[in-house]
Design a protein around this ligand. Structure first.
Ligand code: VG1
Ligand code: CO
Length: 544
């Protein structure tokens, strides 16, 4: 195999965020930009020669070109085997499964997840380690260091690999395997859930469903599993063909961006169940007839009912949620006497807890949930969890949610995002909040009294690594919270996220609209942060 070494100079800003490096496609298309980052990944690895690397992406614009470059660089760097999803496709959870199942050294996932795709939109790349999960901060920090000092990269010279046919190619010492991206994942799902029962419920008409794949990666996965294996009516999965620009949409499964599904589920004669997933297949939105389940509630309901699912029938070892996720799951953990961990935002922080067996289920408010079956959040897994639950409980989604609230109380929750805020203004807002932290405890704001105010810092219970500056938390004496964070996945300016949460024990108030129930907290958030005042915005870009 011929290889060639090219001199290069460092690019600024190749710092991985919450989930890898995300930039505009045009940024990635700059000469040697991708090469620099990929070489820096390889420069951060030790003892990988001769080992296996998994490669796949969500199919967005630039996926195919990037994969061909990475194949040649991995070849030149001495990997022994590449496992690549057919068409260059692998959902994030499927990639995690393949890494684990075939005991790969690691994997590279090409995705900007829920961000839009296309020549003028976003691209992304992240490295996953041998447990199948996103590389921990220690690794991404070292990787970033490498990007600042890189001076050359090495690439092999051979023709582009045919990614569209399943099969094996040998190039010198390197074996390249193109595999069906769906098969291993579908098999794993069949091991976790009671497919026979779900199938019967669908066949009997007890469960009708629609799944919005948003022209993203879950199209082929959902069509195969939901329609072909479980027998949902053809067309139950819609927007099922992955497109490089997601059909011009924003592949983010919430009621704003998955509006087609939302209209179906909130309209006349909806099916029993509705769901959507994101660009790379790790997020999920759960809906029932005329009802939306918040991701925080979904996690709590899963934890409370885990024993009804074959893979978790013996019980779960513990649960975890990211800090801004509502405390609904904490109440379930408390009732079941299970450990409950609060981690910073991003799936990488769940990896150690899952590996150590401290938790079985975990989730985030940002439409992500998952379990120890892989080391990424998993959109279709959550969908199948709910279908299995519906089949077991023979109740509507709305009844399951209402009963859960009656038992545990409701954590009324919402998130306000202010996107593309000027970075200096956003940092100013955070600084302003930080300055107030010491003076807030004990203060009365409207009908709330501040119990604590801090900047979240996390010490990993397994490797004791510390992650600071993970968001501003303001907790009130009744358990309500306001959390402020800057996004680590945006590509334009800064995105300020405000997370609002209020606990309501009394069932007669459970039906209240979240924006109304949280109105006073929303006002307090502005009073404390001056976000609208400083940014000139009058309302959030997106409310979820
Ligand atoms: C967002 C979410 C976070 C999630 C991350 C990756 O990060 O808030 O919960 O883990 O996206 O999800 P941030 O830093 O923008 O708030 V995905 O589906 O983009 O891989
Ligand atoms: Co995603």
């Amino acid at each position: 195999m011929q290889t060639k070494t090219y001199a290069t100079t460092a690019y600024e800003g190749q710092k991985p965020g919450t989930s890898g490096l995300r930039k505009k496609v045009k940024v990635f298309q700059q000469p040697k930009y991708l090469e620099n980052f990929v070489q820096s990944i390889f420069n951060s690895l030790v003892d990988f020669q001769g080992k296996t690397l998994v490669l796949g992406g969500d199919g967005r614009y630039y996926n195919r070109q990037a994969i061909q470059i990475i194949i040649k660089m991995a070849a030149a760097s001495g990997f022994g085997e590449l496992i690549i999803g057919q068409g260059g496709l692998l959902s994030t959870p499927a990639a995690s499964n393949i890494i684990r199942k075939y005991q790969a050294f690691g994997g590279i996932v090409l995705s900007a997840s829920h961000n839009p795709g296309g020549p003028d939109e976003d691209f992304g790349i992240k490295y996953n380690v041998s447990n199948g999960g996103p590389a921990p901060e220690k690794f991404t920090d070292a990787l970033y260091e490498h990007t600042t000092t890189i001076s050359n990269y090495v690439i092999a010279e051979f023709d582009d690999i045919d990614l569209d046919s399943v099969g094996e190619t040998q190039i010198g010492e390197l074996k390249i395997r193109v595999i069906d991206p769906v098969a291993d994942y579908a098999q794993l799902m069949a091991e976790i859930f009671d497919f026979d029962l779900i199938k019967q419920s669908i066949a009997a008409g007890l469960i009708t469903l629609r799944f919005d794949a948003m022209h993203a990666i879950t199209g082929p996965y959902a069509t195969h599993i939901l329609e072909e294996v479980l027998g949902a009516a053809p067309g139950s999965v819609f927007n099922a063909v992955p497109l490089e620009d997601f059909g011009g949409g924003h592949p983010d499964p919430n009621m704003v961006h998955a509006h087609e599904l939302t209209e179906i589920m909130l309209g006349a004669n909806p099916p029993v169940f509705g769901a959507a997933s994101d660009g790379d297949g790790d997020r999920n939105m759960i809906m029932g007839a005329h009802v939306f389940v918040t991701p925080s509630d979904s996690l709590a309901i899963m934890a409370a009912n885990a024993r009804l699912i074959p893979a978790y029938a013996k019980g779960i070892s513990g649960v975890a949620r990211s800090m801004p996720t509502s405390q609904a799951v904490d109440r379930v953990a408390n009732a079941l006497n299970l450990p409950c961990y609060e981690t910073p935002t991003g799936w990488k922080f769940f990896g150690n807890l899952l590996d150590a067996g401290k938790i079985t289920l975990c989730g985030e408010e940002s439409f992500g949930s998952g379990s120890n079956h892989v080391r990424e959040k998993d959109g279709l897994w959550a969908v199948l969890f709910w279908l299995n639950l519906l089949a077991r409980k023979r109740q509507s989604v709305a009844d399951i949610v209402t009963e859960h609230w009656q038992k545990f109380g409701r954590d009324i929750y919402c998130r306000h995002d202010y996107e593309a805020v000027d970075s200096d203004i956003a940092n100013g807002v955070v600084d302003h909040l930080r300055e107030q932290l010491d003076s807030l405890p004990g203060k009365t704001l409207g009908s709330y009294t501040v119990k604590f105010a801090d900047e979240f810092s996390y010490t990993d219970p397994v490797d004791h690594s510390v992650s600071n500056h993970q968001g501003i938390r303001i907790g009130f004496s009744d358990g309500s919270r306001i959390v402020f964070r800057l996004s680590g996945t945006g590509t334009i300016g800064a995105t300020v996220r405000i997370y609002l949460e209020k606990y309501e024990r009394d069932a007669k108030n459970h039906a209240e609209d979240a924006q109304i129930a949280l109105a006073e907290l929303i006002e307090i958030a502005e009073q404390l942060s001056q976000l609208k005042q400083r940014s000139g915005r009058t309302e959030p870009t997106v409310i979820t």
